[in-house]
Design a binder for this molecule. Sequence first.
Ligand SMILES: C[S@@+](CC[C@H](N)C(=O)[O-])C[C@H]1O[C@@H](n2cnc3c(N)ncnc32)[C@H](O)[C@@H]1O
Ligand SMILES: [Zn+2]
Length: 331
Amino acid sequence: MRTFIKILLAISLILAFFWLVVMKVISRLAAAFGVSGPCPYELSWLVDNPIRQNAIPRLLDRVGIRPGERVLELGPGPGAFTVEAARRAGPGGRVVAVDIQPAMIAQVEARVRQAGLTNVETHVASAHNLPLPAGSIDRAFLLTVLGEIPDPNRALAELHRVLAPDGVLSVGEAFLDPDYPFPVETVRRVEVAGFQLIERHGNFWEYALNFRRVTHDAPAGLEIMACPACHAALTWREAENALRCTACGTDYPVRQGIPHFVAPATLTGLNRRFASLYDWFSWFYRLFSKIAFAYIGMPEAAGFRLAERHGNLWDYTLNFRRVRIDSGVTP
Ligand SMILES: C[S@@+](CC[C@H](N)C(=O)[O-])C[C@H]1O[C@@H](n2cnc3c(N)ncnc32)[C@H](O)[C@@H]1O
Ligand SMILES: [Zn+2]
């Protein structure tokens, strides 16, 4: 009997190790080589089971859907969250569910029909090309989806496009998912795509991060840049976060204010790795410059107000205007 329990324990430990460690390594290697794919329909019970169904209200509270909102659920799978999300959006709002697998969308539609809801719209489409007009969504959410998308940066660019200027993007992840990204990876990836972290929920093992869409900055020095293909002038396209050639019409994507004259999606091998390393560095750089500029607080407390910023983290000049100091005493 004791040996039997020991064998059982050993098998469970091996299985847990395989699921929590080996699968993660395989999934990351697959993503690095651009061969990650969607979780097959036959495995959808993994995300659609009684334990998870119990957590639906708590997980949707984090997303923060308000009545009347136009909500995008990207990668709804079999639709465990769709019906409750649509109820929260209410009759004045709507939920658009987009999934790449027709079997998943069929399941979503069956659930919505059964619930008698009319404010849900479904699409079989890829996150790389969302079938939605620019600025048409108030709030988008992805639950254990981002890591499955072959080109998550492209999906984030699409989410940026379809969200309204002040729109919110909520990304939820769970450690049990083999595609699980660490919170810092998600923050970095989403912020680089033109969003700003506004709320954190949960913990390391299961989290939701909410971001506000921010307007992309035009790259500095635009007036002296030219199209590398035909040398014509370039114009700034905020909606696409890209520079467009005025002659040949080619779009060059911009990330973190820096034009990419070679499309990131066309990079392969080491170049692809370097591009991602570069994103990491530029993200850290922005983070640290925010910390440096936090010192603005000191002169401001002494009776000055920031009027101009020059330079960057490494060398900067901040100009303040002297302001009247209140005595704090009411005459
Ligand atoms: C792990 S399931 C999560 C389902 C649901 N969000 C949940 O938490 O219960 C991931 C879903 O994302 C979808 N998906 C994966 N890659 C996609 C892509 N490139 N475009 C659209 N949907 C995708 C899959 O088809 C699958 O239904
Ligand atoms: Zn050109």
